[in-house]
Ligand binder design. Structure first.
Ligand SMILES: NC(=O)c1ccc[n+]([C@@H]2O[C@H](COP(=O)([O-])OP(=O)(O)OC[C@H]3O[C@@H](n4cnc5c(N)ncnc54)[C@H](OP(=O)(O)O)[C@@H]3O)[C@@H](O)[C@H]2O)c1
Length: 264
């Protein structure tokens, strides 16, 4: 099951998994892009994938998605929490959270919790941009005060790495890993003319290259991987200290559970 499967890294991963013969479930937001992604997966593999739509800016959408997935599948071998975006302007969601922390962290945190008993392994698309993170679990809306898109984004990616490590501690029966895909030419940031131009002109990675470590994590023997680890180019890396602090990870978990209304 791949979130953010309608574009970029998630779509490249879904196509590859389907080609290998895996049953792939695509989760996306934009209906037209999701349908087009489903068609691409079908053309590449001969199998028509199931499509599920949810906007992670709305936590009720995530709850409905989890209900539908639970009704449809007894077992989810791999949950790929890949959906994510950089948010150029400060936005408060209907749930009252800064949009980057909600769409990139709180929504997948909630989805993973709601599916937890069905999931065998989890792969999270994090980022080297965690270096710009300034996470404060006491105030998940801190970036709204003096908004800088890259700080808000980096904070959500810092949260992805901390979440993965804490999930490995709390849910040892699930193999949880996260990774940095490199700088990849996708629709990421394309609302910014500057980023869009950079994506077109600079020699960034293809989505297929960006998905390589994701696919390697999905297909590797978990005994050879570090549960809760952060990977880049198929190698275990040490994230910056602010994304490797177990106490911060535990505090983030408690704050996130409270934010989305579940037991910690
Ligand atoms: N590109 C890079 O250089 C880079 C580097 C490091 C990490 N990453 C991470 O890689 C992941 C995938 O990004 P990408 O580069 O492949 O970008 P992309 O082409 O823009 O794809 C992002 C995917 O996430 C979905 N998404 C975005 N906001 C959403 C929301 N509110 N609710 C539900 N789904 C949402 C998008 O759905 P729609 O089709 O509806 O927009 C799309 O399927 C992200 O987590 C990103 O942070 C990217």
């Amino acid at each position: 099951m791949v979130t953010g499967a309608s574009s970029g890294i998630g779509l490249a991963a879904a196509v590859d998994l389907a080609r290998r013969g895996d049953q792939v479930v695509l989760v996306g937001r934009d209906p037209a892009r999701l349908q087009a992604a489903g068609d691409r997966v079908r053309d590449a593999s001969g199998e028509t994938p199931e499509l599920f739509r949810a906007d992670f800016a709305v936590l009720d959408d995530v709850r409905r998605l989890a209900e539908k997935l639970r009704a449809a599948y007894d077992r989810i071998d791999v949950l790929v929490n890949n959906a994510g975006a950089i948010v150029l302007q400060p936005v408060t969601t209907v749930d009252g959270f800064e949009l980057s922390i909600q769409a990139n962290h709180l929504a997948p945190f909630l989805l993973s919790n709601l599916l937890r008993d069905r999931v065998g392994r989890m792969v999270v698309t994090a980022s080297g941009a965690h270096r710009s993170g300034a996470l404060d679990p006491n105030d998940l809306n801190l970036p709204l005060r003096r908004y800088r898109a890259f700080t808000a984004y980096g904070t959500s990616k810092q949260a992805n790495i901390l979440f993965t490590a804490e999930a490995a501690r709390r849910w040892p029966e699930i193999h949880s890993h996260c990774f940095h895909p490199g700088v990849v030419r996708t629709r990421f940031g394309n609302e910014s003319r500057l980023v869009a131009a950079g994506m077109r002109l600079l020699p960034f990675r293809s989505p297929e290259k960006g998905a390589e470590t994701l696919l390697w994590l999905v297909n590797s023997d978990p005994a050879r991987l570090r549960n809760g680890g952060y990977y880049y180019n198929r190698r275990l890396r040490r994230p910056l200290r602010k994304a490797a602090d177990p106490q911060l990870a535990a505090r983030l978990w408690t704050a996130s559970a409270k934010a989305v209304g579940i037991d910690a």
